[in-house]
Every structure is written in C-alpha cells, then in structure tokens.
Design a protein around this ligand. Structure first.
Ligand code: PYC
Length: 314
C-alpha cells in the first residue's frame, strides 16, 4: 500500500493537486531532468493522481521537489492527463496557496525551480499571488493554418513556459466548450500536419482563442485555452496569458508596466503586466487560489485501479 499526501486547490476554477509526500524518488538535478524521470519510471504516480477514480482529466498535478539551490523555496514538476508541463501558471498560484495553508511559507517572495526555468512568486497580504514567469516571446506572427474545406485561421506562435498558437475569433459567446474544444483540436492537428512548430521543433500543444470580454470583469479580453490532453483551462491560463503579453508587446499594443486583465471562459480573471527582457518579455501574472481539500490518497496493492482507469477503460 502506498500513501500520497496532497492539497487540492483551484485557481480561477482550474484545479491543482499539490503533492507534498509520496512522489517517487526522481533523483537530483534540474527539474527538466526530473520531469523526464517522472514521465518515464514514475508515470504510475501521474496516472494514479490524474486518472479516475482519484482524479479527472482537467486536474493539473504539482509534485514538490527538494530544490537544487538553497536560495529556492522548492522545485515543482507539473503534470496533467497527457504528461508533464514545462510550467503552469495557475498551478504555481495553487502551489503557493497550498504551501501558505500548510504554513510552509509566509507573505513575501519565493523562488521556484520549474522544468521551464526559475519562476519567482510573491504571496501578498490579501492572499493574491503574483508570479514573474520565465521569459516569454513571440516566434511567428500571422501564421495561416489550413483547416478542413476552404477554411483557414491565422494566428501567432508564442512561448510563455509552454508553446501556444494564439488566434483571435469574433466571439466566444454562444459556442459550447465542446464546440470550442473541437475547433482547437482541429487547429492543433492542422499545425502538426503543416509542420508549424515552436523553437527547435517543439510541438505547439496549447491552442488559445481570444475574443472581446463578455461580462463585467473590466477585462480586456476573454480566452479559451485547450491544453495538451484535450481539456480546456478553466482559468485564464498563466502561461497562455504570458504568451499573449509577448504578442501584445511585439505588436506595440501594450506598453511595459501597463495592465492587461485576461478573462477565462468561466469568467475568472488574471491581471498581467510585463517588463522588457533581452529576447521578449518578463510577464508578471496575478491571481488567487483557494484550498478545496486536504487528502491522503491510498494506492492499495489489491486495487486493480490503483493506477487509474486508462483511456478506453483499461
Ligand atoms: O495556467 O499556465 C497555466 C496552465 C497551463 C495548463 C493549464 N493551466
């Protein structure tokens, strides 16, 4: 029998399962290498926490790690139903809230090592969390992607800790999340078929649609983000908002230090600003997470579903 201790949170509606104990030993070294090991010999752990009956497809896991530097608060590896993520903005806000809930950190600024690089997060006195993300940049502008029939869509390719294709659409109102997910899946498949990639051939595994905001949040924009495992982000997506800032900066549509309020498909909001950095922008994203549960998961050796129910039911 194995036990895994976690705190569940949500950030703008998107859940994060923060694991404090029970993660397999991933060895030392940078978080990128440990994420590879988690995805290899440690995949049972990801499956047990994300798949049914303990999880669901839209939970993001965050395994806390001993950092490589004494100046860092923690290392963290994010994972979802498809594998590991380079960075996860809503997830980092969840990590900070969970660590504060456990009284492991106080108000102030903390450094986190992630597979995408060092990220600094500040816990404010009102419990908001701001994080300064890894350098974000636009790689390609106005890429035209051919879809089925004669249809095409034009968007930008940008990095915000994960790779994104970002496209403006007229409206996000009136379409169901199933319809929007289907559209984003078609765009992702078309990007693959047309060999549109991130830097060094990286797969563009996040698709982000933008439209004018539709509610009362005083937001500048509303988005819909499809994540690699086919689920949509309920939050405005921290890495996706970072990629958006990189595009706005490159187009001269948002000045350094100016505020951008990004609303999600469920109406939650992240506030964002950026500073210029050598090859793009250094985004700062602010949001709030809430603890939803404190759980010790049990993986009973006799339980045929201790590693979850695989796609297709096996
Ligand atoms: O907030 O960066 C984010 C994120 C990535 C995938 C889901 N959320």
């Amino acid at each position: 029998m194995q036990k895994i201790a976690a705190i569940d949170t949500h950030t703008g509606g998107e859940p994060t399962r923060v694991v404090f104990a029970g993660c397999p030993d991933l060895g030392g070294g940078p978080m990128r290498e440990r994420a590879d090991r988690l995805q290899g010999r440690g995949d049972w752990f990801r499956q047990a926490l994300i798949r049914e009956p303990r999880g669901c497809d839209w939970i993001v896991g965050a395994a806390l790690q001993t950092p490589t530097s004494t100046e860092s608060t923690a290392g963290v590896i994010f994972f979802n139903n498809a594998g590991c993520l380079g960075m996860c903005g809503h997830g980092l806000i969840g990590v900070v809230e969970a660590m504060a809930y456990r009284a492991l950190i106080a108000q102030g600024t903390h450094r986190f090592e992630t597979p995408a690089g060092m990220v600094t997060a500040t816990l404010h006195d009102n419990r908001d969390v701001s994080f300064e993300n890894v350098e974000s940049y636009r790689l390609h502008k106005d890429v035209e992607v051919q879809l089925a029939g004669d249809e095409s869509i034009t968007g930008d390719v940008a990095y915000g800790g994960n790779w994104f294709f970002l496209a403006a659409v007229e409206s996000l109102a009136g379409a169901s999340t199933d319809e929007l997910s289907g559209r984003c899946r078609a765009i992702r498949e078309a990007l693959g078929a047309q060999h549109v990639c991130g830097a060094n051939g990286a797969e563009i595994d996040h698709i982000e649609l933008f439209a004018p905001p539709t509610n009362n949040n005083r937001a500048e924009s509303r988005n819909f983000v499809l994540c690699p495992g086919g689920q949509y982000d309920r939050s405005p997506c921290g890495t996706g908002t970072s990629a958006k800032l990189a595009c706005l900066a490159a187009d001269g549509r948002l000045a350094p230090g100016a505020r951008w309020r990004q609303e999600s498909i469920v109406g939650s909001v992240f506030e964002a600003t950026y500073a210029l950095s050598p090859n793009g922008v250094a985004p700062t994203i602010t949001g709030r997470a809430f603890v939803t549960g404190e759980v010790t998961f049990i993986l009973d050796d006799d339980d045929p579903f201790r590693f979850g129910i695989a796609a297709g039911g096996r």
